[in-house]
Design a protein around this ligand. Structure first.
Ligand code: NAI
Length: 462
């Protein structure tokens, strides 16, 4: 039996990052992965989505260019070529992780791993590993709706949508969450007529966003021709010749070509041998962990989507690093989920970190709020991206920045300055007084901070 210091089950952004940091800290590490390194994020999630988000942006830009006097022939899409380019981007990054693994002397075993008790991991190859510590980083799986089974050719999971095999003329998306709206954006740009069906009264309700952010997004979705039905439950479907008829709970029938189901993800913690090893899960299947991410069994840790918290790649990586540091004897603090930034690739993009206005007010805190519109930023106008705004919230007494929301062009990149500010307890003055280069988009955050302080230059002060 092979013996190792640390066995990690799952090679996504939680597991592989944990492996690298643990190896840097001197541990002998074995990583067990049954599919491709990089996990869902790299192979079937974040990376292919962002590749297609940027590629399809060219289509919407080409369509708009004539308004500024530049005309192209109408763009055509070679779907096979687009899919193969996207696969190439993924392949390059997967190859990069493989190289990092071998350069870090991490042993990668291609197999499914399960807990076998007494510090052992059973491998689907029939072999076993023995480890001083085990990290479970098995990620999450798509939630299915029984009446919309993924094995029917008309029903798509997000993996099917990202495989890019066809552009349906009419696409219904069940779930107005993050995945639903990101894929709605991509397929809308590719030319599909998109209908989003959301059960709750509002889209993106699992993300802590203020009403103003959501209403700006809804305005853009409508302007781009994405039809959103809220308070609506998708009930059943039937194939009628070439058409797919989707029936909602109110009895309405929608005629479409494909139905994408994006109603959430759940932890992949079944059939791992957890119970037999004393690893407890909650009723939704999330592994119970303490502040140091240790499970209810000694020497077994769990990270990423397998434990409760934001299902985000960068949160999983942060978990992985914390466990590696803990095993090396370094102190680890519990992660405050409120301060995990999030970036959503809709049109316009949305990004947030820290508290929303609603959450800050609900906590009874006295706050200052500053806002700045993209429409007042020279760079944004030059980019033909006037939609959206920056919003900054701070403690009214000590001016410490509590939260930032940005909806607008490149919000996913712009949020990092705010993430540093929130993480480092910076004040409004720290952002407002720092000279930001002109003309750039990050000036919007500085202007929002100035606005909160009542000394904005390019907008009326509150
Ligand atoms: P989600 O939880 O964000 O949204 C699912 C939506 O489906 C909810 O709004 C829910 O009310 C709705 N729904 C459920 N059953 C329904 C039904 N029968 N009919 C109509 N609507 C129904 O889940 P999603 O979008 O699948 O994403 C999964 C996880 O992955 C989330 O935690 C998300 O944050 C994360 N993720 C994050 C990304 C990012 O930050 N850019 C990208 C992709 C995923």
């Amino acid at each position: 039996m092979t013996k190792t210091d640390l066995a990690i089950i799952g090679g996504g952004p939680g597991g592989y990052v944990c492996a690298i940091r643990a190896a840097q800290l001197g541990l002998e590490v074995t990583l067990v992965e049954e599919k491709a390194l990089g996990g869902t994020c790299l192979n079937w999630g974040c990376i292919p989505t962002k590749a297609l988000f940027s590629a399809t942006k060219l289509l919407s830009q080409a369509a708009e260019a004539q308004t500024i006097g530049i005309t192209y022939a109408s763009p055509s899409i070679d779907l096979k070529k687009l899919a193969s380019w996207k696969d190439q981007v993924v392949g390059t990054l997967v190859g990069g992780i493989e190289t990092l693994m071998s350069k870090s002397s991490i042993d990668v075993i291609r197999a499914r791993g399960t807990l076998a008790g007494d510090g052992r991991v059973a491998l689907s190859t029939g072999a076993e590993l023995s480890a001083d510590h085990i990290v479970i980083a098995t990620g999450s799986d798509t939630v299915q709706i029984p009446t919309f089974p993924f094995d029917h050719p008309a029903i798509w999971s997000s993996d099917d949508a990202l495989a890019l095999t066809e552009i349906p003329e009419r696409l219904a998306i069940i779930g107005g969450g993050v995945i639903g709206l990101e894929l709605a954006t991509i397929y809308n740009r590719l030319g599909s007529r998109v209908l989003v069906i959301e059960l709750l009264p509002e889209v993106l309700s699992t993300v802590d966003l203020d009403r103003r952010t959501i209403s700006t997004l809804k305005h853009s979705l409508a302007k781009n021709g994405i039809n959103v039905l809220t308070n609506t439950a998708a009930e059943s479907f039937k194939q009628q010749g070439e058409d797919v008829i989707l029936r909602t709970a109110d009895g309405t029938e929608h005629v479409v070509d494909r139905i994408l189901v994006a109603v959430g993800r759940r932890p992949k913690t079944q059939d791992l041998g957890l119970a037999a090893c004393g690893v407890e899960v909650d009723k939704r299947g999330f592994i119970r962990v303490d502040d140091a991410l240790q499970t209810t069994a000694p020497h077994i840790y769990a990270i990423g989507d397998a434990v409760l918290g934001p299902m985000l790649a960068h949160k999983a990586s942060s978990d992985g690093i914390r466990v590696a540091e803990t095993l090396a004897g370094n102190a680890s603090h519990a992660l405050d989920f409120d301060f995990v930034p999030q970036a959503i690739f809709t049109d316009p993009e949305i990004a947030s970190v820290g508290l929303s206005e609603a959450k800050a007010k609900a906590s009874g805190q006295e706050i200052l709020i500053g806002r700045f519109p993209f429409a007042a930023l020279g760079k944004a106008l030059g980019m033909r991206e006037p939609e959206g705004f920056f919003q900054i919230i701070a403690d009214s007494e000590n001016h410490r920045i509590l939260g930032v929301q940005i909806i607008g062009a490149e919000a996913s990149d712009l949020i990092s300055e705010a993430a540093v500010a929130v993480h480092s307890d910076l004040t409004l003055e720290a952002i407002a007084d720092a000279i930001h280069p002109h003309p750039t988009l990050p000036e919007g955050l500085k202007e929002a901070a100035e606005n909160a302080l009542g000394r904005a230059i390019h907008t009326v002060n509150r």
